[in-house]
Design a binder for this molecule. Structure first.
Ligand code: PGA
Length: 250
């Protein structure tokens, strides 16, 4: 195994109830194996389950993150919303920002930038999602889209030490489709180069997300430029999630 951490982020989306949190017991057991020291597992359950996860995962090396946050740093009259301060206060270390399912729900680059800045000021690590949709891919605008999302999302952000990019082509989320290796390597390379130039950071972290499963993980794990995976559907059941983690290294 390399010296670098490999990230496995479980994005449960709007799934899960109190009973389903039992499924993580097997992942906790797995995370204690010595040969998995360089694996960083992060659970991002719905808001309703965050405190249960935090209690269950205390004294483990598994971290917890929220799936989104409100852009305001302070409390305020925003019914149904939760800010980064609240997420931090609960004991989360991470927050997902810019997921395409929230972009289609109204999160534009400006709002995403506000959310990132507010999360950083509350000392959270940000899993910043970017990716092109099928129309943009077909018209060969992928790199332009990635550049715009990065430039606007990271506007006035000075330091990306606490930012991990999750490259998630919209067309591959939940569809069973995954980019060809060559295309994926090219896009990851493009993102890393952009960040290296802009932030003078030698090793920016970039994850891949979109239909990762126990069948395609062997092939995806061959791509050394990928620092880990953001996993939706296949992360909700421990057996599948564990399979993915194990197959990455064997
Ligand atoms: P998926 O979701 O693995 O179900 O495609 C990934 C994501 O949306 O983060």
């Amino acid at each position: 195994m390399t010296n670098k951490y490999k990230y496995f982020v479980a994005n449960w989306k709007m799934f899960g109830n109190i009973k389903s949190t039992d499924t993580i017991n097997r992942v906790i057991k797995l995370s204690k194996q010595k040969n998995l020291k360089k694996v960083k597992i992060i659970y991002c359950p719905p808001y309703t389950l965050l405190s249960i996860f935090i209690k269950k995962l205390v004294n483990t090396n598994i971290d917890v993150g929220a799936q989104n946050c409100h852009q305001s740093q302070n409390d305020g009259p925003y019914t149904g919303s939760i800010n980064s301060q609240m997420i931090k206060n609960l004991g989360c270390k991470y927050v997902i920002v810019g997921h395409s399912e929230n972009r289609t729900n109204g999160d534009n680059n400006y709002l995403i930038n506000q959310k990132i800045k507010s999360s950083l000021s509350n000392n959270l690590n940000v899993l910043f999602c970017i990716g092109e949709n099928i129309k943009e891919k077909k018209s060969k605008r992928t790199k332009l889209v990635l550049k715009t999302q990065l430039t606007k999302g990271l506007n006035k952000v000075k330091n990306i030490d606490k930012i991990i990019i999750a490259y998630e082509p919209v067309w591959s989320i939940g569809s069973g489709l995954v980019p060809k290796n060559k295309e994926l390597i090219g896009n990851i390379f493009f993102i890393k180069n952009f960040l290296k130039k802009k932030f003078k950071k030698s090793n920016p972290k970039v994850l891949y997300g979109g239909s990762v499963n126990s069948k395609n993980i062997k092939n995806l794990s061959l791509i050394k430029e990928i620092d880990g995976f953001l996993i939706g559907g296949a992360s909700q059941r421990s057996n599948k999630f564990i399979d993915i983690i194990k197959k990455t290294f064997n």
